[in-house]
Design a protein around this ligand. Structure first.
Ligand code: SF4
Length: 336
């Protein structure tokens, strides 16, 4: 269900804008509705109050918890069921973060990612994206939402932007703690600056070599790494949030000295953080994870050469190719 349809339904029951806000806020913050015992303007019309249990059921039904898999770093992957039987993954991250999915499957087809293997199956509605936050908050606090789960948010831009807008208002999440992650799409650089809620931006870089990037991210827009960084820099400076560049470290592919020098040329002096994520080996894919010592040496060298680099070992981020494995496993168990 799209968020505008939920609003329409409430309006048809006599809700005023402040009533809609009230119901949406309680949903997104996973608070039971308290029947308007606070301010007089919070009292809901009787027709809406009577319809609330059914509305509440429908909101909750958009994202059901099917399974939880804790990971070693204190995160937990959630397998989330949608009303049509499809599934996506959300990930509870350390420090009250949440990684949400924006699509079932993905059309970009990154070579190191499970989600991209079957292509795009369908878009998530704005309600389904938001329902992942409400579901996670029913488990524990969430103060940061990153759009790095299954799917390419730029390919579902209207719904993702609607979700971001509501999370930055009724969802009570600081705008800099909403992170839009993309392989780079020109529409993103046009739309994000126009939103009333402007999220932080994460850009999947993975290599400084245009030809290798086309190979690794075969259906990403044909922007060169240089063009991507120029556009990112412009957005980062205008919002005053540094851009996060994502780099999945693949042994023998993008961990050589030539790449490191390329990174310094591209990112030194930029308003940027480089997130280096050693690849999580997946049995079906041919890529390998470099040793932790090598990854640490790379991060140290980049730091010494003027690039703010964070080495991450999160099983949670889509860019490590980990996202999508839980769903793939669940589907495999269902197939004969
Ligand atoms: Fe899509 Fe992200 Fe996977 Fe690439 S890494 S195929 S953009 S989900």
């Amino acid at each position: 269900m799209h968020i505008h349809l939920i609003r329409q339904r409430m309006r048809a029951l006599g809700a005023k804008p402040e009533h809609e806000q009230r119901v949406l806020r309680d949903w997104l913050q996973a608070r039971p509705y308290d029947h308007g015992r606070r301010r007089p303007q919070d009292f809901l019309p009787k027709s809406l109050r009577d319809a609330l249990p059914a509305l509440d059921d429908d909101l909750r039904a958009m994202a059901r918890l099917i399974a939880t898999h804790p990971t070693e770093d204190g995160s937990a992957r959630l397998l989330v069921g949608l009303v049509d039987g499809q599934t996506v993954e959300s990930v509870l991250l350390p420090r009250n973060g949440l990684c949400v999915s924006s699509q079932v499957g993905c059309a970009v087809g990154c070579q190191f990612c499970m989600t991209g293997r079957d292509g795009l199956l369908r878009q998530l509605s704005s309600g389904e994206i938001l329902a992942q936050v409400a579901l996670a908050r029913s488990q524990r606090a969430v103060s940061k939402v990153v759009f790095m789960g299954m799917g390419e948010p730029a390919h579902n831009l209207d719904n993702v932007m609607d979700a971001i807008e509501l999370l930055g208002t009724e969802g009570n999440i600081a705008h800099k703690n909403l992170v839009f992650s993309t392989v780079g799409d020109l529409r993103v650089f046009e739309r994000l600056p126009q939103g009333t809620v402007k999220p932080a931006l994460a850009l999947s870089l993975h290599t400084t070599k245009p030809a290798l990037r086309e190979k690794l991210l075969p259906r990403a827009p044909k922007l060169t790494p240089q063009e991507l960084v120029e556009r990112g820099e412009h957005y980062g400076r205008s919002t005053a949030y540094p851009v996060q560049y994502q780099w999945t470290l693949l042994e023998g592919i993008n961990d050589g000295d030539d790449e490191l020098e390329g990174i310094v040329d591209l990112l030194k002096g930029k308003y940027a953080v480089l997130n280096m994520i050693p690849y999580n080996t997946i049995p079906d894919l041919q890529f390998k994870r470099p040793s932790w010592d090598r990854a640490r040496a790379i991060a140290r060298w980049l730091h010494q050469h003027g690039v703010l680099t964070k080495l991450r070992d999160s099983a949670a981020q889509e860019v490590d190719g980990g996202c999508g494995q839980l769903r793939a496993r669940a589907n495999a168990m269902r197939s004969p």
